[in-house]
Design a protein around this ligand. Structure first.
Ligand SMILES: Nc1ncnc2c1ncn2[C@@H]1O[C@H](COP(=O)(O)OP(=O)(O)OP(=O)(O)O)[C@@H](O)[C@H]1O
Ligand SMILES: [Mg+2]
Length: 295
């Protein structure tokens, strides 16, 4: 594996993507952080390792519920792509043909789900009881698909639309797996005082099989709420970014680039929250994860 040729094929807001030979990808999570859709100039040390470590944790924990694309996060398996400090932040993955739909699972009413419910009483075609408040728990977790917008914001669609985009068999397999993985993670997180309000999954086809790809249950793809401050009827603080958003709000910044320079103590406090998210969700120290990948 390490000898296959690697080629840089894309940059997300946060990750760099390389193809490795014909069948594999290397996803590398940087320490970049965005708030209000703007990337800050200062990196948050170890943030990328937290994101990749969390994905690896959930892929391992749910492999019996749903096969996934992870090959390895071990340093010895990583190809040289000309970047420093890869171990911990890089995941070697099986390359899939992505289904062009985002599989959002919602256990609670927040974000675009709350906005759609308030306007129509429904979310992505699912009828819901009257009188739900913002951040209320839903009667059962719902799959609320969205298109993958190449520019601008993703758009919620109905399950019927998603099934016609993906093909009904692939759609249903991905939906059932998404809900099963969410339910596993929500129960595990609840036992550690964290609510997984909602999360976004991506699926792809590998040799005709529907496989979980991309990242899984990270702060970038999920809303994590501390259970001890949960009060429905208002927006909830997010576990990871609320501290940074609060600081940015107090700074008077108008959310257009360039962002204000982050003082060292704000960066350090933000880093501590990411590390705490990793450690609470996995029950493992970040150092233990990093020692494991280096072995
Ligand atoms: N196993 C895989 N096979 C093929 N493509 C994959 C696989 N895993 C992830 N991808 C794709 O790799 C890309 C990862 O991009 P990334 O999430 O870093 O940026 P983005 O989605 O373009 O933007 P954003 O920063 O808003 O998330 C996505 O297009 C995802 O669908
Ligand atoms: Mg993405």
């Amino acid at each position: 594996m390490p000898t296959a040729e690697a080629r840089h094929v894309g940059s997300g807001k946060v990750r760099e993507i390389f193809t490795v030979g014909d069948d594999a990808l290397l996803l590398v999570a940087s320490d970049r952080i965005s708030a209000y859709d703007v990337v800050m100039r200062e990196p948050v040390p170890d943030k990328g390792k937290v994101l990749t470590g969390l994905s690896a944790h959930w892929f391992e924990a749910t492999a019996s519920l749903c096969s996934n694309h992870m090959i390895s996060v071990a340093a010895r398996d990583l190809p040289d792509v000309g970047l420093d400090d890869l171990p911990g932040r890089a995941m070697l993955c099986r390359r899939a043909e992505p289904l062009p739909v985002e599989f959002v699972v919602r256990g609670y009413l927040a974000g675009s789900g709350w906005r759609e419910y308030r306007a129509t009483g429904r979310v992505c075609g699912h009828a819901l009881p009257d009188g739900l408040r913002e951040a209320d728990r839903l009667p059962r977790p719902l799959l609320t698909p969205a298109t993958k917008a190449t520019s601008g914001h993703d758009e919620n669609i109905t399950e019927a639309e998603a099934a016609s985009i993906c093909g009904p068999a692939s759609y249903e397999a991905a939906r059932d797996r998404a809900v099963a993985v969410y339910e596993h993670a929500a129960a595990a997180a609840a036992a550690r005082g964290i609510i997984v309000a909602d999360t976004k999954f991506e699926f792809g086809l590998i040799d005709g099989e529907v496989v979980l790809i991309d990242e899984a249950l990270t702060p970038d793809s999920s809303r994590f709420w501390p259970a001890d401050t949960y009060v429905p009827g208002r927006g909830q603080p997010s576990f990871d970014k609320q501290y940074l958003r609060d600081w940015l709000d107090r700074s008077g910044w108008d959310h257009s680039p360039p962002p204000p320079a982050l003082p060292a103590d704000v960066v350090a406090a933000t880093r501590a929250r990411y590390v705490e998210a990793y450690e609470r969700l996995t029950g493992r120290s970040l150092n233990d994860y990093l020692t494991g990948v280096a072995a």
